[in-house]
Design a protein around this ligand. Structure first.
Ligand SMILES: [Zn+2]
Length: 279
């Protein structure tokens, strides 16, 4: 069911938004103002990237959200509007993986490093930069076969249960990795689980992440343009073989990156939408 927006006596009403656990939802709103509260998150309504008279909100739906109704409130000047999203279970596959045992049961001397890296990532993803660095659709960071989709329920070495928080692209030999869109490099570092890692802040709570890299071609603080080479793929961190793991974070929550890229793409007009010119 798609979103319906009704305007009755000055009140905007939204009905019937279906969403899936693990997939974000971009909703177009009639005005670019206000804040939407969802669970304990307060999410800013952003300006529409193509039609500045409208607003968009990117609602992150955590992977572990149970199915059912999630109530939201849109607070905008002079208006308080209740909304709801009907969360459905996405049909994710299961995967069984074998990795270095130390990446499942880390040695005690690594625990402090792992905790520090986790806190550092949470601080980055929780930061809202009130600037939009991008103004065109996002691209994939490389164009190869996808070896593992977002959302698979994973079991590592027969014990550790997790889920796949990004998309894996085949990269058997080191391949240049491209920035998915304009932004600022906020992390370029070797990490315990994700290996060589780059994180780009695209502004307004949106980040892209590139894992298991073998070489960095950018530094923290660099402004990068869409399609700029930022690194070489590799086989570092918790892996079964060389590949690129690509992720996206929205307001601190992991999103399905290719699904989100396609929803952002849909905000822009397509060539086929151009009006026909009569000759
Ligand atoms: Zn991955």
């Amino acid at each position: 069911m798609r979103l319906l927006i009704g305007l009755f006596m000055g009140f905007v009403t939204l009905w019937g938004i279906d969403g899936y656990n693990g997939k974000s939802l971009i909703v177009t709103l009639p005005s670019p103002s206000g804040i939407i509260s969802m669970n304990d998150l307060n999410i800013s309504v952003l300006s529409h990237p193509y039609d500045r008279t409208k607003g968009i909100v990117i609602l992150p739906i955590d992977y572990y959200t149970p199915s059912g109704e999630v109530n939201l409130t849109w607070v905008s000047p002079g208006k308080i509007i209740p909304l709801s999203v009907n969360v459905l279970n996405a049909p994710y596959p299961t995967e069984t993986l074998s990795v270095d045992p130390e990446k499942v049961s880390p040695p005690p001397e690594m625990l402090e490093r792992i905790a520090t890296e986790k806190a550092q990532a949470e601080a980055i993803y929780g930061h809202f930069t009130p600037i939009r660095y991008w103004n065109s659709p996002f691209i994939k960071p490389l164009d190869t076969f996808i070896t593992s989709e977002y959302g698979s329920a994973r079991t590592y070495n027969g014990s550790l249960k997790s889920y796949h928080g990004g998309v894996d692209f085949r990269a058997r030999t080191p391949i240049p990795i491209l920035a998915a869109n304009d932004g600022i490099v906020v992390l370029a570092q070797e990490r315990y689980y994700s290996g060589g890692t780059i994180i780009i802040d695209h502004g307004e709570g949106l980040y892209t992440c590139y894992f298991h890299l073998s070489r960095f071609d950018v530094n923290v603080g660099d402004y990068v343009k869409q399609a700029q080479p930022i690194a070489l793929s590799g086989a570092s961190g918790r892996i079964t073989g060389p590949h690129l793991h690509f992720g996206m974070m929205v307001h601190g929550i992991q999103a399905d990156p290719l699904d989100l890229i396609s929803q952002i793409d849909n905000l822009f007009p397509k060539e086929s939408d151009e009006p026909l010119t009569l000759r």
